[in-house]
Write a protein that binds this ligand. Structure first.
Ligand SMILES: C[S@@+](CC[C@H](N)C(=O)[O-])C[C@H]1O[C@@H](n2cnc3c(N)ncnc32)[C@H](O)[C@@H]1O
Length: 292
């Protein structure tokens, strides 16, 4: 994680531990303490090789609660926070989690153990709410048709049936463009089930507040909805003046919280995409807390 290379010591929170690839790379550099955080009950066992590492600790929880988690750990400020957003390969490849339109599984899609499942949205939400979620979170232009088809086919019990209902609802001529026809609908449901955008907003607020001077926040996102939130939150915290336009001199004396390190989002290198095709859509943004 090059964006943290200037941080030689201190505490870095890997807020999306998953399989721990990033956390291990940070630990292997030496000098850093790493807190791995993940809401997935299946992420904890991935720390088996790290239990004796005195520079590592794992917390099961959601990064929307980052401030409370740091309070509970007795930590006021940290030197870095990493968010590698979305689902892990493990979650996607495990049919029983219900994230994949490629494998039959239950309509679950929970990353943690929250009460809302995809089955509830698909089988109980109104057609209008379903269409709104599919449009807003999936950026799917056939959201109305898909919502109608889903409501007509209720009850739907598994991912394979849902994927085929979505596929049939999309006009045949457009099914071959933009990847699997159910990709956007599945993304939308997953975002709604896990309140992913709300979590990101709360997680970013807490990270920015709890960064020590010169500490860095690094976010890797995989779709434009997430990237837009990160870009706008960083930009708001980096503002130097919020005076109304037309004032001859600045009267607000705004002190920015952040300096933007990556003016434009950084994409993956070709080698990274070759070894992990899911990285193709990754966009990385980094911002640094202003010096005291
Ligand atoms: C893309 S994976 C991270 C992969 C990880 N960087 C690695 O090297 O293996 C995203 C992880 O973040 C977790 N996650 C997503 N949203 C979360 C949230 N709001 N709070 C905590 N963990 C979250 C998921 O459960 C998943 O394990």
């Amino acid at each position: 994680m090059n964006m943290f290379s200037d941080i030689k010591s201190g505490v870095i929170v890997d807020a999306t531990f998953g399989g721990g690839g990033h956390a291990r790379r940070l630990l292997n550099r030496g000098g850093l303490d790493v807190i791995g955080l993940d809401q997935d009950p299946e992420a904890g066992p991935n720390t088996a090789d790290l239990v004796d590492n005195e520079h590592f600790s794992f917390v099961r929880g959601s990064f929307g609660n980052l401030a409370q988690i740091l309070d509970a750990e007795g930590i006021e400020f940290v030197d870095g926070v990493l968010f590698d957003l979305g689902v892990s390969s493990h979650q996607l490849d495990e049919p029983t989690r219900g994230f994949s339109y490629r494998h039959p599984g239950p309509l679950d899609m929970r990353m943690g153990d929250g009460p809302l499942t995809a089955a509830e949205i698909v089988n109980e939400w109104s057609e209008a709410d379903l269409a709104r979620v599919i449009r807003d979170y999936g950026e799917e232009r056939f959201s109305v048709r898909i919502a109608r088809a889903i409501c007509k086919a209720r009850p739907i019990t598994d991912t394979a049936s849902l994927a085929s209902i979505v596929r049939e609802a999309i006009p045949a001529a457009t099914r071959k463009t933009g990847g699997h026809p159910a990709r956007r609908t599945f993304q939308a449901l997953r975002i709604a089930v896990n309140d992913e955008l709300g979590e990101l907003e709360r997680g970013l607020d807490a990270a920015i507040e709890r960064l020590a001077p010169n500490g860095r926040c690094v976010v890797i996102s995989y779709h434009s909805l997430e990237d837009r939130i990160v870009k706008q939150r960083f930009a708001a915290a980096a503002q130097t003046c919020v005076c109304p336009p037309g004032l001859p001199v600045c009267a607000c004396n705004t002190v920015p919280e952040l300096i933007i390190v990556t003016r434009k989002a950084v994409g993956p290198e070709e080698a990274e995409v070759t070894s992990n095709p899911r990285a193709r859509s990754a966009k990385l943004r980094c911002a640094q807390k202003v010096a005291a």
